[in-house]
Design a protein around this ligand. Structure first.
Ligand code: FRU
Length: 445
């Protein structure tokens, strides 16, 4: 298989903005007015009501392949590996599935899977030891092979509690091991807290009781070789107190009036820079930087932000919901994108003019969510709720809850535009790099 190389070429040799001197980019109300649900080039395929499930005893949602710090999906000793947010089903007959699914965040833990072909997955159980948990719930993040080490991996995640309401970006580290029968992990018995909402660059609970602060995505910026971490945040400031200027509205159509509710939308794609030593596996010190993109007046949540470097462009992807759009704006649940020609700290424009990259079709508005775009444009997501044909997606007897991964799809990234081009297998991942594939297994005593 060909090995994918990340190319970042500063073709014009111009001086790119750095983390010290960049401007936050804005997703404007005018941009969001261009969002069109059901444009076929930016829509998820319809999911069959008879979709297969990966494991009937658990519910699965946000997931991600084992990757390296450059963003390439990797295999380990011939195994594809994946983490998922998981909740154990209490009632295996699925009679209570609606309630269990909608309460899943309050019992979420990180589980893992392994596979020989990237299609058929075997569930391996918990990834972190319970002793690692500083708070009861484990929410999203990413599983990353440590650069320069043979089998050290870091599970970046969000350590969350309800009472008190806390959400801390965290990491737990350990070893990945494999033999011919499967994959397992050792270590992962403690957690390092990385950073939390500071109320200065990002809203904290005192400013916004509905604040979001989670979903770490660390990576090396190919342009300066430094480790950064993206995350979901909100714009700092008191909830609802924002005034929306031309900067946030963009150029509005004649007679368009901004809905008064718009000021409650304050999503931000956050970024922090690692100050402690990556080589030593020390993730304890970070510098909080201003957001890369804000959505003031547009949307209150830009979740699971992640990044793709391709053909000299930097693509920022994030997932968002119909229900978190502000004021009278509309858009489907799905993945949105922003693209810069000037590196990580350049000016980002919404992809496809609107920001929408892949949304659910209006006949399956809650069909899929938590899309993750890899370096080659393969997009993973989970199945949420699929209505029976022609049935009402709001009537519980007429839909099926997913809790399993959707068919992977491929998108082509062409400068500032994207096009869906392929539908692949359910839960399929593709590896761009293989670690120790020709390794002969030790005999385990
Ligand atoms: C996205 C998400 C993440 C969060 C997790 C909680 O689906 O809301 O932002 O970490 O799910 O389950």
């Amino acid at each position: 298989m060909k090995e994918l190389k990340i190319t970042y070429t500063d073709t014009d040799n111009k001086k790119l903005p750095t983390y010290k001197d960049y401007n936050t980019s804005v997703w404007t109300i005018a941009d969001a007015l261009k969002v069109k649900t059901d444009d076929l080039t930016t829509s998820m395929p319809l999911i069959s009501y008879d979709f297969p499930t990966m494991d009937e005893s658990i519910m699965v949602w946000d997931s991600g392949a084992l990757r390296n710090i450059h963003g390439l999906t990797v295999t380990f000793k011939g195994w594809y590996v994946m983490w998922s947010l998981v909740a154990n089903k209490v009632d295996l007959t699925n009679k209570n599935i609606y309630t269990e699914w909608h309460n899943r965040n309050n019992v979420a833990y990180i589980g893992y899977w392994y596979s020989k072909d990237g299609v058929e997955w075997k569930f391996g159980g918990r990834l972190l030891n319970k002793s690692a948990d500083l708070r009861p719930w484990e929410w999203s993040g990413g599983l990353v092979m440590r650069e320069g080490k043979e089998n050290i991996v870091d599970m970046f995640y969000t350590s969350v509690s309800g009472e008190p309401s806390e959400s801390v970006v965290s990491v737990s580290s350990g070893k990945i091991l494999a033999d011919k029968d499967g994959v397992w992990f050792e270590g992962f018995d403690k957690t390092t807290e990385m950073f939390q909402a500071d109320g200065v660059h990002y809203a904290n609970i005192n400013e916004d009781q509905y604040f979001d602060f989670r979903d770490p995505h660390p990576f090396i910026n190919p342009n300066d070789g430094q480790v950064y971490c993206l995350f979901e945040g909100n714009v700092a400031g008191m909830r609802g107190s924002f005034s929306l200027t031309d900067k946030e509205t963009g150029i509005l159509p004649p007679n368009y009036s901004v809905d008064p509710g718009a000021k409650y939308g304050a999503a931000a794609i956050g970024i922090a820079k690692l100050k402690s030593s990556y080589a030593d596996g020390d993730f304890s010190e970070w510098e909080m930087l201003p957001p890369l993109v804000t959505a003031l007046g547009v949307n209150d949540q830009t979740e699971r932000p992640h990044i793709v470097f391709k053909d000299g462009y930097t693509y920022l992807f994030t997932i968002s919901h119909h229900s978190t759009y502000s004021g009278n704006l509309q858009g489907p649940d799905g993945v949105y994108g922003f693209v810069s020609k000037d590196g990580l700290f350049g000016n980002y424009k919404p992809m496809n003019s609107s920001g929408l990259v892949l949304g659910n079709h209006s006949s399956q508005p809650y069909g899929t969510y938590s899309h993750f775009v890899d370096m080659e444009g393969y997009v993973q997501s989970f199945i949420d709720t699929i209505p029976a044909s022609g049935q009402d997606y709001q009537n519980p007897s007429e839909y099926r809850i997913g809790g399993t991964l959707a068919p992977t799809v491929k998108i082509e990234l062409k400068e500032d535009r994207s096009f869906i081009s392929e539908v692949l297998n359910y839960a399929q991942i593709f590896a761009q790099k293989k670690y120790l594939d020709n390794y002969t297994y030790d005999i385990r005593s």
